[in-house]
Design a protein around this ligand. Sequence first.
Ligand code: FMN
Length: 213
Amino acid sequence: MKLLAINGSPRKNMNTGRLLDHLVKGAASAGAEAELIHLRDLNYKGCISCFHCKDPKGKHYGRCAIRDELTPVLQKAHEADALALGSPFYFSIETSYMRACMERLWFQYYLYSTLKPPLSPRKKATALVYTMNVREADIPAFGKDRVINIAKGVMEHLFAPCEVFLCTDTKQFRDYSRYEVDYFDVPAKLKRHEEVFPVDLERAAELGKRLAG
Ligand SMILES: Cc1cc2nc3c(=O)[nH]c(=O)nc-3n(C[C@H](O)[C@H](O)[C@H](O)COP(=O)(O)O)c2cc1C
């Protein structure tokens, strides 16, 4: 079985990237052929509303027609048995890297039809991995629950089922002393990073194993 993980953080080796790395290693330990792709490395754009993917008579029906560096990623996502999308929250939505990827991944399969199912390959196990500064209890106050539910709803409409993984109250800066950060309780954040983040990494590896299974 093939698992593809896509990192929407511009930082390859911080919170989101490290979680996805553990997820991929967990999946590999369960026998999956697992790959992690960092969107930051790629030159691509979001959906351009060309609607080639919506034309049943055209050669791109159900597949994104744009040809750029996201094209092979969409192909791998199409072929994967399991798919994990990871992103930090940037102003309470996914990063622009991930949004552009989601637009292209999702819209190619989406049908404006109540009669026909979407054009996606069904039965793909999926997960959404979110990292964020805020604590879990503050997610609704910042409207992040709505964003998560929209993404989960689309993933389940297209692929089903979708597990949501949250990593909250993350360590954002390598060195907080360099910046003006009175908004944060820095010692509490660093303590949490030391104590809870390793547990989050283990949870991510377990998620990888579940997806692989
Ligand atoms: C431009 C920008 C916007 C951000 N906006 C939010 C936000 O709205 N809510 C939040 O909880 N964290 C926000 N953060 C913090 C990141 O989501 C958080 O530190 C995340 O874990 C970073 O992931 P990374 O380490 O994988 O890059 C923001 C960070 C940046 C750089």
